[in-house]
Design a protein around this ligand. Structure first.
Ligand code: PA5
Length: 444
C-alpha cells in the first residue's frame, strides 16, 4: 500500500474524543455495509473495484485504442461527477499540462461543463483542422450544459466526417436504459457505455464515466482498479484504531464539532489541482445539506502560500487542512551552483527541488499547527495509477462514512435542483410557466 495517514498534527484537537467516536463510526459502518442508511440505492461504488462489468471494461480499452489511433483530440463533454474524476486522474498521473507535453495520446479538452459561449467558441477553434472524437457523458442524459454542448459538437463532427463516420467517433456514457441521450445514441448507432444505476455521479470515476477518457490518455486502468481494490480490502473493518480511512472520517467530524468548519485540501504539486476539485465536489455535494457540512476548499502550496497563506496562518480559526504529500516526484531537479552567488542561494546549490519542497511542507505544517490549524497528513509514494486508485477509494469511503456520522444522506444532491428550476423557468421551458412569472417580478 502506498497511502499513509498521520494524525500527529491534530492530536491535541482529538484527545479522548476518538475513542468516543468508535460507536458512531460503527453505526455508520453498519449503515454503509448493510445498505440500511439513507441513499442506500447508491452504494454500487463500494464493491466496484472488484465487481465491475469485465466485458464493458474490455470494450473501454478497445474504444480508447481506437481513439488513440484515429484522433488528435478527444473532446469530453460532461459536468460535475461526469467529468471531474477523469480530469483529476489524467492531470494527477500525466500532468496538469497534459495537452502541452510530448505524448503519443490525444489532447483532451473538456466541454459541456459551462454555459459560457466564449469557452465553447474556444473549444471549437481548438479542434479546427484536427481529427477528433467525442465522449459525451451524462447519467441523466438531460443536463443542459452537456446537452447544449453535445448538439454543437455532434453537428461539428457530422459536418466534418459525414453522419456515418461521425457515428464511429461519438462515444456515449449514460444510463443503461433511460434518458434522452440513451435514446439518441440508440437511434444514431453510437457506441454506449453505462453509468450503473447504483453509482451516483461523484462516485463514478471508476466506471466508464472516468475510465474511457482516462484510458484514452494512455493510463493503465487495470492498475487503477487494483489500487482501489486493495484499498477496499484494507479499509473493511470498523475499528478506528486500525482503519485510517474511518479514523479520518471520525477526525473530520470531531474537528467540525469543535468549530473547524472549513477543510482545506492542500498539496504541494500543481498536478493535484483537479484532484482537489474532484474532492471538493465529493465532499461538498455529499455533506453540504440540512444546514450542515464541512465546506471544502483547496490550495496548492507553496504557490498559494503567497496568496492564501496569510489567511490560513492568522484569519478566522475555523479551518483545518488535509495535506497530500507525494514522496517521490516524477522527476527531480537540482539547484545549480553559481560562481558569483549574487542571489546568496549557493547554500542551496546541489539541493534537489523536491527536498526544498519538503522543507516548505514541513515548515508550513508546523507553522499552521502553531497557528491553531489542525493538519491531517496524507502521503502517497508516487503519482501513479495504483496510488490514485487507493486515494479514490479512501476518499469515497471516508466521505460516505463521514456523511453518515454527520447525519446526512451522503448520496443525494437535492439542492442542485433549485438553480435548474429557475433556469428552466427563465429559459421558457414548457411546464415552468407559473414559476417564470414569479421569477420575472423578482428580477425587474
Ligand atoms: O455527482 C453528481 O451527481 C453530479 O455532479 C452530476 O454528475 C452532474 O450534475 C452531471 O449529471 P449528469 O451526469 O446526469 O449529466
Amino acid at each position: 500500500m502506498s497511502l499513509k495517514v498521520n494524525f500527529r498534527y491534530c492530536d491535541k484537537y482529538i484527545g479522548n474524543d476518538i475513542a468516543a467516536m468508535q460507536q458512531e463510526i460503527s453505526a455508520a459502518h453498519a449503515l454503509l455495509r448493510n445498505g440500511t442508511g439513507a441513499g442506500s440505492d447508491y452504494l454500487g461504488w463500494v464493491d466496484l473495484p472488484v465487481n465491475y462489468d469485465k466485458e464493458e471494461f474490455a470494450r473501454i480499452k478497445k474504444a480508447a485504442d481506437k481513439i488513440k489511433s484515429d484522433s488528435e483530440v478527444l473532446v469530453v463533454l460532461g459536468i460535475g461527477g461526469s467529468y471531474l474524476g477523469a480530469r483529476a486522474a489524467i492531470e494527477f498521473i500525466k500532468s496538469n499540462n497534459y495537452n502541452l507535453i510530448k505524448k503519443d495520446t490525444p489532447d483532451i479538452y473538456y466541454g459541456g461543463n459551462t454555459l459560457s459561449s466564449s469557452a465553447v467558441a474556444e473549444l471549437v477553434s481548438l479542434i479546427d483542422g484536427r481529427d477528433f472524437s467525442v465522449n459525451v457523458i451524462s447519467k441523466s442524459g438531460t443536463t443542459t450544459e452537456t446537452a447544449v454542448a453535445f448538439r454543437i459538437f455532434k453537428k461539428l463532427c457530422e459536418d466534418r466526417y459525414g453522419k456515418e463516420e461521425a457515428a464511429k467517433r461519438i462515444y456515449v456514457t449514460t444510463d443503461r436504459q433511460k434518458g434522452a441521450l440513451k435514446a439518441l445514441a440508440d437511434k444514431e448507432g453510437y457506441e454506449t457505455f453505462v453509468v450503473p444505476d447504483d453509482v451516483g455521479g461523484r462516485y463514478s470515476v471508476l466506471t466508464a464515466v472516468g475510465l474511457l477518457p482516462i484510458a484514452a490518455a494512455g493510463i493503465d486502468i487495470d492498475k487503477l482498479m487494483l489500487g482501489a481494490a486493495d484499498a477496499r480490502e484494507r479499509y473493511m473493518n470498523a475499528d478506528i484504531s486500525s482503519n485510517e480511512c474511518y479514523k479520518y472520517a471520525a477526525v473530520r467530524n470531531i474537528l467540525y464539532r469543535a468549530g473547524k468548519k472549513i477543510e482545506i485540501m492542500t498539496s504541494y504539486e500543481p498536478s493535484v489541482t483537479m484532484w482537489n476539485e474532484w474532492l471538493k465536489q465529493l465532499f461538498g455535494e455529499s455533506e453540504g445539506k440540512d444546514g450542515k457540512g464541512i465546506y471544502p476548499s483547496s490550495v496548492i502550496f507553496s504557490t498559494d502560500l503567497h496568496s492564501m497563506g496569510q489567511y490560513i496562518q492568522q484569519g478566522e480559526r475555523d479551518l483545518f487542512e488535509t495535506v497530500l504529500w507525494v514522496e517521490n516526484p516524477s522527476a527531480d531537479y537540482a539547484v545549480p551552483f553559481d560562481e558569483t552567488d549574487g542571489d546568496g542561494l549557493n547554500f542551496l546549490a546541489g539541493r534537489s527541488m523536491h527536498s526544498i519542497n519538503k522543507n516548505a511542507h514541513d515548515g508550513t505544517v508546523l507553522a499552521h499547527f502553531d497557528g491553531e490549524v489542525p493538519n491531517i497528513l496524507i502521503t502517497v509514494d508516487r503519482q501513479d495509477e495504483y496510488s490514485l486508485g487507493e486515494m479514490i477509494y479512501f476518499f469515497e469511503l471516508a466521505c460516505g462514512i463521514s456523511g453518515y456520522v454527520l447525519g446526512v444522506n451522503p448520496f443525494n444532491q437535492p439542492g442542485v435542483e433549485s438553480y435548474k428550476k429557475n433556469m428552466f423557468a427563465l429559459l421558457g421551458k414548457p411546464g415552468y410557466e407559473a414559476e417564470a412569472e414569479k421569477l420575472k417580478t423578482r428580477l425587474d
